[in-house]
Design a protein around this ligand. Structure first.
Ligand SMILES: *Cc1c(COP(=O)(O)O)cnc(C)c1O
Length: 358
């Protein structure tokens, strides 16, 4: 993206990357190296790199937002760091050295700070990734790993309010099974979601709403977003969402929206929800999906082999809209941050450009 500033309409999410990346290596005996900021470039890997064959690959997705004073803040970076370590432990990969994740993100954003969009609702998406690189074909946890962070500007379904979507429920495929790795943010779970995604597309849906693999009855989540339902009540709305953990990824957007919902006076219930309850026409007035990349995306209908049920009136619901605006205001710094979720990128001085902080 050299010399270009992100366009305010299509910043090229996921196809255009900033000029640099952060890199660190792990070697069994010596542990983690220091993190380097280097030019964005192809990686050099052995074709026998174990992560490519056996799937020891975990990742994160988090965002940096332009603040009203022109500075930049990362959103919940420490929570994303903790989750990468959790995912790594589940796949028997080494945790990062303390502070590495946040420092790598900070320095990368600091280095490429002019690529952080200023358009409201736009942001810089960071993709940290941990991959087994040891060249060996035996099946066991690898002894060498690569940690890399790349960044890509992302626009705006968020600011304009995402269009409501119809999601497909598959009874042919499952994303995750009990006692497996469904709660890890790992490449394998995405591989497991692709056949269902393809099935969804043949039924005109861009997203799959996954049910549990045992009964095909209980809501889990989407392939890269959690699901939240809204029940109306005399005392105000209740946000209802399946408990995270087990086969469901513990989404940071989900957690943030539940906290913000409580602060707005909504009730919150984390409990199992059956598909027939979601579709009974009276339990819920709204539903939405949520995740870092897309923010809050209303769900207007659920389609499956047995038919289609509408949720709400087809328009984005007021609770989804309010939560999305409240979250974005906090991320973009137009609202206070009582939770300590924003991490500001330090101002660069001429003699110490984006150095590691010791
Ligand atoms: C990343 C992800 C989410 C959303 O998590 P956030 O922390 O909110 O971005 C939800 N489900 C799956 C399977 C994911 O990989």
């Amino acid at each position: 993206m050299k010399g270009e500033s992100p366009s305010s309409t299509d910043p090229g999410f996921g196809r255009r990357f900033t000029d640099h990346m952060a890199v660190a290596h792990f070697e069994g005996r010596s542990g983690w190296t220091e993190t380097d900021i280097v030019a964005f470039a192809a990686l050099s890997l052995s074709p026998a790199a174990m992560g490519l064959h056996y799937g020891q690959a975990v990742f994160e997705g988090l965002k940096a937002f332009r603040q009203p004073d022109g500075s930049v803040a990362l959103f919940r970076a420490h929570d994303h760091a903790a989750r990468l370590d959790r995912s790594a432990r589940q796949l028997v990969m080494p945790e990062l050295a303390t502070g590495t994740f946040v420092e790598a993100c900070r320095r990368l954003v600091c280095t490429d700070i002019e690529m952080v969009p200023s358009t409201p609702g736009h942001s810089l998406y960071l993709r940290p990734m941990l991959l087994a690189t040891e060249a060996a074909l035996g099946v066991r946890p690898a002894a060498e790993y690569l940690f890399v962070v790349i960044a890509s500007p992302v626009g705006a379904y968020v600011s304009t309010g995402a269009q409501p979507m119809t999601v497909w429920v598959s009874r042919e495929h499952s994303r995750a099974a009990p006692d497996g790795i469904g709660s890890a943010k790992c490449a394998g779970n995405y591989a497991a979601s692709l056949a269902g995604l393809q099935e969804s597309a043949t039924h005109g849906c861009g997203e799959t709403l996954w049910l549990d693999s045992n009964e095909h009855r209980w809501l889990e989540e989407l392939s890269s977003m959690n699901v939240v339902l809204v029940a109306a009540g005399q005392a105000g709305p209740t946000l209802v969402t399946p408990p995270a953990g087990g086969t469901i990824l513990d989404g940071i957007t989900r957690k943030s929206l539940l906290a913000l919902g409580r602060s707005l006076g909504f009730a919150v219930a984390e409990r199992p929800v059956a598909l027939e309850e979601m579709c009974d026409g009276r339990s819920f007035v709204e539903a939405f999906a949520c995740g870092t990349a897309a923010g809050v995306v209303p769900i207007s209908a659920v389609r499956s082999a047995s038919g289609e049920c509408p949720i709400g009136n087809g328009e984005p619901g007021p609770v989804a809209r309010r939560l999305q605006q409240t979250l974005l205001a906090l991320q973009e710094g137009s609202a206070a941050d009582p939770y300590g979720w924003r991490l500001s990128i330090p101002t660069v001085s001429a003699d110490a450009p984006c150095r590691a902080r010791k």
